[in-house]
Write a protein that binds this ligand. Structure first.
Ligand code: ASP
Ligand code: MG
Length: 451
């Protein structure tokens, strides 16, 4: 039997009973067999993150758990079938009791494995409640522990999924369940070979949904969020931003990578592998449509959108030894690889190389550490600049487009451009600007490219 849809609902879509009911109505209207993947209700994962860090005193722990309880019970209290609601309430209390013990141990000492079990609680509670919201709309539904199929390695907090094992287990265990009911499962979480709970990284539910869609060879993957699809740029930067009806995998992947917050960057990879169209829409206004992402699209405009990624660091390494030498880059990159640093943009000249890195200050420790710099300094001169933003113009045929100068750079003549990357990808041109100019650059460029 074909015709399976996978529908993922993000945190704001499952934040309240009303929000969950809107999502349930979307599912009820479907004629296909459906797997639902849910995030934790908005706010819950952030609370869980604080519980997963050491140092909270008892009062802080209990206040945080209480805040989570309030969010989840606000939903449960609005369920109409009281018996079922009570049962779910008990299951949620069990999860919270376990969470209390885990948080206490975590407050004394950080343990990555325990941290992932803490983080996983939000999605577990969410899926229990969501299945009941569907039942109340007369949609037969059952919640399913995704850890039975979502097998990963033990890299806690950013576990790597074993795609083949997931496909096999999903086919044998999960797929048959879809024949008689909607199955509601958790995004973001998995299980390693030791039976421990793992997580796939913040925002990982989109990716979970895509992995499951791939495993089921689904007909489509729907990502329901709180915005009406993918926009030509972040609507908070310019009110001129509009939703894009249709976009290719290649373009959307570039957008996700370069900072459009709408999809977890890895989401499209499984969908692309199995050529599964992805729809992004707002669960608050499903009638308004959204964005369809697929292999081939009718229009391939040169300019499709502008993405912005803040908090970039630029590292320039310079070595006269590079002159006519070979192997220098390999040495530089082996240091970066050792520190698991991923380079985004790179430009080179004869004796220097400039590279950009995502360097969010919210990371407890900035990624470009002293240690990395010191190690690079054994090889070459190193300079590090912070406070930059990466602007990515996304489109088609950009590697060979005409009039880039007048279309793009002339329009932002007044700004300092720190580095330009062009030519490697048909789908983007990227450059760095000072953080303080980023919004102006994007809105000015948006006005000229899209009006
Ligand atoms: N709840 C997790 C987070 O907030 C995963 C997700 O929503 O995608 O990061
Ligand atoms: Mg999310």
């Amino acid at each position: 039997m074909a015709n399976i849809a996978v529908a993922k609902f993000g945190g704001t879509s499952v934040a309240t009973h009303q929000a969950m009911s809107r999502c349930a109505a979307i599912i009820k209207a479907k004629s296909t067999r459906t797997l639902v993947v849910v995030s934790a209700p908005a706010g819950v994962t952030n609370h869980l993150v604080s519980l997963s860090q050491p140092g909270l005193d008892l009062q802080e722990q209990s206040e945080t758990i209480q805040a989570i309880r309030t969010i989840v019970f606000n939903i449960i209290d609005d369920l109409s079938q009281r018996d079922a609601a009570e049962q779910i309430g008990d299951q949620v209390e069990n999860i919270l009791a376990d969470l209390t013990v885990r948080a206490a141990s975590q407050s004394l000492q950080f343990d990555a494995q325990n941290a992932d079990s803490i983080l996983a609680c939000g999605e577990q509670m969410s899926s229990l409640v969501f299945a009941q919201v569907l039942n109340e709309l007369d949609v037969p539904a059952q919640s399913f522990d995704v850890r039975r199929v979502m097998k990963t390695n033990s890299l806690y907090s950013k576990a790597v999924v074993d795609i083949e094992q997931v496909a096999q287990l999903t086919q044998s265990i999960l797929a048959p369940l879809l024949d008689n009911q909607v199955v509601v499962t958790q995004g973001f979480i998995g299980q390693d070979g030791l039976g421990n709970t793992t997580t796939l990284g913040r925002g990982g539910s989109d990716y979970s949904a895509a992995i499951l869609a791939e495993a089921l060879v689904a007909e489509n993957l729907e990502i329901w969020t709180d915005v009406e699809g993918i926009f030509t740029t972040d609507p908070r930067i310019t009110a001129q931003a509009k939703s894009i009806p249709e976009i290719s995998f290649g373009e959307a992947a570039e957008m996700a990578t370069f900072g459009a917050k709408i999809l977890h960057p890895a989401t499209l990879i499984p969908a692309m592998r199995k050529n599964i169209p992805v729809f992004v829409g707002s669960s608050k206004a499903p009638e308004k449509g959204g964005t369809r992402i697929q292999q081939s699209v009718e229009s391939s405009p040169t300019y499709r959108s502008i993405a912005l990624r803040r908090e970039q660091s630029l590292v320039t390494v310079r070595s006269p030894e590079m002159l006519h030498a070979s192997g220098f880059l390999a040495k530089v990159f082996s240091i970066l690889a050792k520190h698991e640093l991923s380079v985004d943009l790179i430009t080179t000249s004869e004796i220097s190389v400039a590279m950009t890195f995502d360097n969010p200050t919210s990371n407890a420790q900035a990624l470009i550490t002293h240690e990395v710099v010191k190690e690079l300094e054994q090889l070459c001169e190193v300079s590090v600049e912070h406070g930059l933003s990466l602007v990515a113009v996304i489109g088609n045929g950009l590697h060979a487009a005409k009039a880039l100068g007048s279309s793009i750079f002339e329009k932002i003549n007044d700004f300092n451009i720190r580095l330009i990357c062009h030519g490697a990808s048909a789908n983007n041109i990227c450059f760095l600007v000072p953080e303080s100019d980023a919004n102006s650059v994007v809105s000015q460029l948006h006005n000229t490219l899209f009006d």
